[in-house]
Write a new protein. Structure first.
Length: 284
């Protein structure tokens, strides 16, 4: 793991004990213990990850298409429902929740699902609001779950003076030395992301794209554009890239077509991985 000088103090020992209270010191099974990452795309920011016997779920959302969430001056409208019901994803060892305060990352059904998971890793503010099994992390803090080390990474959810956070992403590392997995969370491209990808041998990156826009922030995008994702991919030369959070909500301004076009123009088309909704893909 990176040094405390660059990432802040470590809470790994304390959080290992806390997670153990929820059963994560058990044998977490035998599937995907060979370093392969299994990814089942559910929709939006939600995907089931299976790595080294640990089952993780990113930003859970299970509300049906047509659901609307009103927040101040704007409305978030869901245009696609989940490919799988939450009941088919159990058991879940850890929910990787980038933030709890936006409905497109944690909707009502996703919030109701959280108690079914052994633990929830999220921001410090989010953990205080959620209570229960939620554990808050600052960027650089890490936990150990079975054979995985999970570290929180920085994120900026919008322009420099209009961050809609706090938000965190995650780095997953296993002891076999076969590279790291990066889950970006809702973030734009900025200098701290380049620092992160320079510190790890990232082989698989789940990047939240879609160039989300809402009226309250004007023309600024709140998640990565395809161009930003392609630029970040250049700094992760060994990584396969799976887009997440680019469809299923009306406030996305770029979809699959834009992502494919930009990556093709950058000579990176061969590094894109698309998950068929509800179907698992395995990445080395």
């Amino acid at each position: 793991m990176p040094s405390s000088a660059s990432w802040g103090h470590s809470t790994e020992t304390f959080l290992w004990i806390a997670l153990g209270k929820h059963g994560l010191q058990r044998d977490v099974g035998h599937h995907h213990q060979n370093g392969m990452l299994g990814i089942t795309y559910v929709g939006g920011p939600t995907a089931l990850l299976e790595l080294n016997g640990v089952r993780l779920l990113t930003d859970p959302g299970f509300d049906p298409a047509g659901t609307e969430f009103r927040s101040g001056t704007y409305v978030l409208a869901r245009t696609m429902g989940p490919a799988l019901p939450s009941s088919e994803l159990l058991p879940i060892d850890v929910v990787l929740l980038s933030h709890d305060h936006h409905f497109d990352n944690l909707d009502e059904s996703g919030r109701a699902f959280l108690p079914a998971a052994n633990s929830v890793l999220t921001t410090k503010d989010g953990a205080r609001r959620l209570g229960g099994r939620a554990i808050g992390l600052e960027p650089g803090e890490s936990v150990t779950v079975g054979a995985l080390t999970i570290a929180a990474t920085p994120a900026r959810h919008g322009p420099e003076n209009g961050d809609r956070g706090p938000v965190i992403g995650f780095i997953l590392e296993s002891p076999n030395g076969e590279g790291a997995t990066y889950v970006s969370g809702d973030t734009v491209l900025y200098d701290r992301l380049l620092d992160i990808v320079a510190r790890f041998d990232i082989r698989r990156a789940l990047l939240f794209m879609g160039a989300a826009r809402v009226a309250a922030v004007g023309p600024h995008h709140l998640t990565m554009t395809a161009q930003e994702a392609a630029e970040l991919a250049v700094h992760m030369p060994r990584a396969k890239i799976m887009p997440l959070h680019f469809e299923g909500w009306a406030h996305f301004s770029e979809g699959r077509g834009a992502i494919e076009r930009v990556f093709a123009e950058a000579g990176l088309a061969g590094r894109l991985i698309w998950g068929d909704a509800g179907k698992r893909v395995d990445l080395p």
